[in-house]
Design a protein around this ligand. Structure first.
Ligand code: FES
Length: 124
């Protein structure tokens, strides 16, 4: 199968690029750049009872991601009723879902300060 690869150079007429060697080279993002493009924000930083937790984004519930990464977040019900999993999101709020009704009910007065229920917040 003939797989054609488009590069910056391939989009420029050949007669304009023959004297510019750098334009003839294929531009391939390095693995580090690919990772930054896919996950521009590498961690979600949380505070819970004066303890800091850094969670790598993983689709699903914030609490499940933290627990699967060995983070020792405190929780009880996982239903949004006890409030034990309350965390302050210091970094990464932009990749979390909007607060759901359980969070609004439980955290009404502190939602604006960046608090979330880790068992209810989804990582997008
Ligand atoms: S674990 Fe109970 S509200 Fe999240």
């Amino acid at each position: 199968m003939n797989k054609r690869v488009l590069t910056v150079g391939s989009l420029i007429p050949k007669h304009l690029t023959t004297n510019i060697p750098v334009l003839r080279e294929r531009v391939t993002p390095t693995p580090v750049i690919k990772r930054i493009i896919q996950h521009p924000q590498k961690t979600i930083s949380l505070l819970q009872k004066n303890r800091r937790f850094d969670v790598r984004p993983k689709k699903g519930k914030l609490l499940d991601a933290a627990l699967s990464q060995g983070q020792d977040l405190q929780y009880k019900c996982k239903k949004g009723t006890c409030g034990e999993c309350k965390v302050k999101v210091e970094k990464g709020m932009d990749i979390l879902s909007l607060p759901n009704s359980m969070e609004m009910k439980k955290l009404d007065d502190v939602l604006q300060e960046g608090y979330r229920l880790a068992c209810q917040a989804d990582i997008l």
